[in-house]
Design a protein around this ligand. Structure first.
Ligand code: PHE
Ligand code: ZN
Length: 865
């Protein structure tokens, strides 16, 4: 199979407005796999029915496939009745109902794109979303064609003792020559992107779950034998997710088995195939020796996410790929709330907003900005974005806020009941919210159509004579590619006013900003109140206010909304840092006092404190500037960090000593203590205290868990001490045979604030343990590096060249993963002209590469516009 055969020189643009229902439906499909890593034969039997009154032929998508046999109703098809059209098989059919059979041969071991059927560490597994099924067999590869699947697999029994597919196992048996077979049936009609099979030598963590109606479900998490001890957390997360979806959404699991398989080579996080989720092993395996608390939370969140797709995605699926956020935005919203319920709502919200700002706001202000429901694409794989996922989740969150919990639940009940078994649209979801929740979402729909992050200016003015205050709100939505003009959005802003004398919050209100400019007046204020706005981050917007540093300091100490309190603290820091970068005189003492207050407040959750006292990232500071100056940002942030370290040194020593645990626990309390401890270590190291590296190395050596070990390593990696090299060597030698943990070794170095990071990354790219064939390894090195603003934007342009070289080399193997490295280079308009020119030159160099995939072509050409 020629792997790049689908690459087109002029990529075809798919448009939402061109949607037409399918010409042919496929109510049933039987697949017969004769599995072998070098040559797998796939025999497909499709029952096809003409959809509507037309005479168009049957078109079965294919990518790199050759039909070895074609039969219609049992008979070979005459040569003049079929043809190939850009990979697809076209067959003229006389009647309304037929049985169509095809036979193809594919080579899983040569499949480096990791789409379709591929080999990963001795396993054979599939990935079909979005358009991978057409690399396995000829089929109408679109999500609005739903079929019942019956799957038979035959394979060598020694190499592949376990054979799994969607649905329920029905039969199995032995074959001559050391082979065996199994058949699985999935009774629920599904689009082909949810098809999956796995064959391999796997061990099972088996458990059970009794659903709310009393049915017993067999749960299985399948991994390599040696990894079994690392599956307990994923299993607990699965059982918690199943119970949570019953309790919160009334949704019960529907098959007798639910299987999860972990694979080492995977393009994304995980995949929600019906009854057979396939995971990147980093989101299944966790133990204290190798997983950080962030990894544990990642496992819990992704297991939940994929499980929740069983309703939001599988039972109700998407009509076309423009509706991707219908399942992804909603499912992210569901997994965020689940994780909040499992831990701290406040900290989870802060983390989610940090991710949104780091990934989605950047996307929304760059050349790849697109609406939550896009209008066109060249390659759908490029649209698995922070906008579709995270901004999509914020849209659902805003609707849930406007409706309130009961009416939101009425809306989701109506949505699931009305569209069960269907391929639906974002519009269907909004309509269900309107009807079930009894609300008009007319103007709100703009959130699906308009790209770009809205800016809101909030000006509070006090009239002491009238004893009133007026809040003037103005919104603008910046132009984005293809959308020069924007209309005003419906923006829900949770707002409160604080009495400056008593410190009291006089009541939370949901203000709906619906016009470009709008005023709200509040009576009964003798003194000017302090404004708390966009509490809980009620809308995904950028808010600019006329609040003073004193107001922000007040809120950072007194706001009773934890997000708003965190936000006030961050804004206080941003103002000081941006002022410092701009050469203004700034009052750093206010920041230091606010940090001291938070870090010594015994009533605050340590996990919250750790978030609140952390300086905003270099990238976030860049977002606040007209032209990003990576060196000035780094210098200013680093200087403030040192000063905070030095002035509060005894406090950091005290916290670091006090949060030391005797034994590892995974409780929220223990996790919070570790998070605060690691932050204290960071500041202690920044203080310049001579024993900084010794303390960090001590934590590195003594830790009984990866959270503290990796944080100590990262702290050391920022410096130039002898302990830095020692710790990196120890870490490497301890984990060289554990791929997921070795990723941390690459990632920590790529992410370090070290003057030589760019050269180190170049060296690491030639390290014997570096490989382009494993997406996790590529992301650990080049993905982390491209997110290290100071290092990546090295004025020499060397960082750009390294990433461009990686994109070019990786594109030949795995275009999907290569394309995901393009956005950092595409942000050239945000930088000074010398850097912008260097970035553009690398983009142009990539575009000249012969045989470039449509994945990379789309991202690079859009980035150059
Ligand atoms: N649908 C998957 C999820 O979000 C993501 C995914 C997309 C995985 C494409 C693989 C390929 O749960
Ligand atoms: Zn998803």
């Amino acid at each position: 199979m020629a792997d790049n055969s689908s690459s087109l020189t002029v990529p075809h643009v798919v448009r939402r407005e061109d949607y037409r229902p399918p010409d042919w439906l496929v109510p049933d499909i039987a697949l017969d796999f004769d599995l072998d890593a070098a040559a797998t034969r796939v025999h497909a039997t499709l029952s096809v029915t003409r959809n509507g009154d037309h005479d168009r032929p049957l078109k079965l998508d294919g990518d790199g496939l050759l039909p070895l046999e074609i039969r219609v109703d049992g008979n070979p098809v005459a040569a003049d009745l079929w043809s190939m059209d850009s990979g697809a098989l076209v067959i003229a059919l006389p009647d309304a109902v037929h049985i169509v059979e095809t036979l193809v041969e594919i080579a899983p071991q040569d499949n480096s794109k990791l789409m379709g059927l591929y080999a990963s560490g001795g396993l054979l597994c599939t990935q079909c979303e979005a358009e991978g099924f057409r690399r396995i067999t000829f089929f109408p590869d679109r999500p609005d064609v739903l079929s019942r699947y019956s799957v038979r697999m035959a394979a060598d029994k020694a190499l592949y003792p376990v054979l799994l597919a969607n649905g329920d196992p029905v039969e199995q048996g032995e074959l001559p020559g050391g082979r065996h077979w199994a058949r699985w049936n999935d009774p629920f009609p599904k689009p082909c992107y949810l098809f999956a099979l796995v064959a391999g030598d796997l061990a099972c963590n088996a458990d059970r779950f009794v659903t709310m109606s009393g049915r017993e479900v067999q749960l299985g998490i399948w991994v390599r034998e040696a990894d079994l001890p690392r599956t307990a957390h994923a299993m607990q997360a699965l059982r918690n997710s199943m119970a949570w979806d019953e309790r919160v959404y009334g949704r019960e699991y529907d098959l007798d088995v639910f299987n999860i398989v972990a694979v080492a080579d995977f393009n994304f996080g995980a995949m929600e195939n019906k009854g057979l989720n396939i995971f990147n092993s980093r989101y299944i395996l966790a133990d204290p020796e190798t997983a950080t608390d962030i990894d544990y939370d990642g496992v819990e969140g992704v297991v939940a996410h994929e499980y929740f797709h069983n309703w939001s995605g599988n039972r109700v699926t998407c009509r076309d790929w423009f509706q991707l956020s219908l399942k992804e935005g909603f499912t992210v919203f569901r997994d965020q709330n689940f994780s909040a319920d499992m831990g701290s709502h406040a900290v989870k919200r802060i983390e989610d907003v940090r991710i949104l700002r780091a990934a989605q706001f950047q996307e929304d202000s760059g050349p790849l900005a697109h609406p939550v429901r896009p209008e066109s694409y060249m390659e759908i794989s490029n649209f698995y974005t922070a906008t579709i996922y995270n901004k999509g989740a914020e849209l659902i969150r805003m609707m849930a806020l406007m409706l309130g919990p009961e009416r939101f639940r009425a809306g989701t009940d109506l949505y699931f009941d009305r569209h069960d078994g269907e391929a639906a649209t974002c519009e269907d979801f909004v309509r269900a919210m309107e009807e079930g929740g009894e609300i008009d979402l007319g103007q709100f729909r703009l959130w699906y159509e308009q790209a770009g992050t809205p800016h809101v200016r909030a000006l509070l003015t006090h009239d002491p004579v009238a004893r009133s205050v007026t809040l003037l709100l103005e919104q603008t939505v910046p132009p984005t590619p293809g959308q020069p003009e924007k209309r005003p959005m419906a923006i829900p802003l949770r707002t409160a006013l604080f009495d400056p004398e008593t410190g009291e919050n006089r009541g939370d209100e949901l203000l709906m900003l619906t016009e470009a400019r709008q005023s709200f007046t509040f009576q009964g204020w003798t003194a000017a109140p302090i404004l708390s706005i966009n509490r809980g981050f009620s809308a995904p917007v950028i808010v600019e206010t006329n609040r003073s540093q004193a107001d922000l300091a007040f809120l950072s100490a007194h706001d009773d909304d934890p997000f708003a309190r965190y936000e006030a603290m961050q804004q206080l820091m941003v103002n000081v840092l941006v002022g410092r970068i701009g050469g203004q005189a700034v009052d750093e003492d206010a920041v230091i006092a606010a940090i001291r207050n938070a870090a010594t407040d015994p009533l605050l959750d340590p996990a919250f404190v750790a978030e609140a006292i952390r300086l905003p990232s270099e990238a976030y500071l860049g977002d606040q500037m007209a032209v990003v100056d990576p060196d000035a940002i780094h210098a200013a942030r680093d200087a403030l960090q040192r000063r905070i370290g030095a002035e509060l040194e005894p406090l950091w020593r005290d916290i670091h000593a006090r949060t030391r645990a005797n034994a590892f626990a995974l409780s929220s309390v223990a996790k919070g203590a570790r998070k605060l401890r690691n932050t204290a270590l960071l500041y202690l190291a920044a203080s310049g205290a001579v024993d900084g590296p010794t303390v960090a190395f001590g934590q590195f050596s003594e830790a009984d868990n990866m959270t503290e070990r990796q944080a100590a390593l990262a702290t050391l990696a920022n410096g130039t001490s002898a302990e830095r090299e020692a710790a990196l060597d120890i870490f490497y030698n301890r984990y060289r045979d554990d791929a997921l943990t070795l990723d941390k070794w690459f990632q920590t170095q790529a992410f370090a604030f070290h003057p030589d990071t760019v050269d180190l990354v170049e060296e690491l790219g030639r390290h014997k343990d570096f490989t382009l064939t494993n997406p996790n390894r590529v992301r650990a090195l080049y993905g982390a590096f491209a997110g290290n603003q100071w290092a990546f934007h090295h004025p020499s342009g060397k960082g750009y060249r390294l990433v461009a070289d990686c994109i070019i080399a990786l594109d030949k193997l795995n275009p999907q993963t290569a394309a995901r490295l393009v956005p950092p280079l595409g942000r050239w308009k945000r930088f000074d002209e010398p850097r912008a020119a260097l970035m553009r030159a690398e983009l142009q160099r990539i575009l000249l590469e012969p045989g470039l995939s449509k994945d990379v072509t789309e991202q690079v050409s859009k980035s150059l516009e």
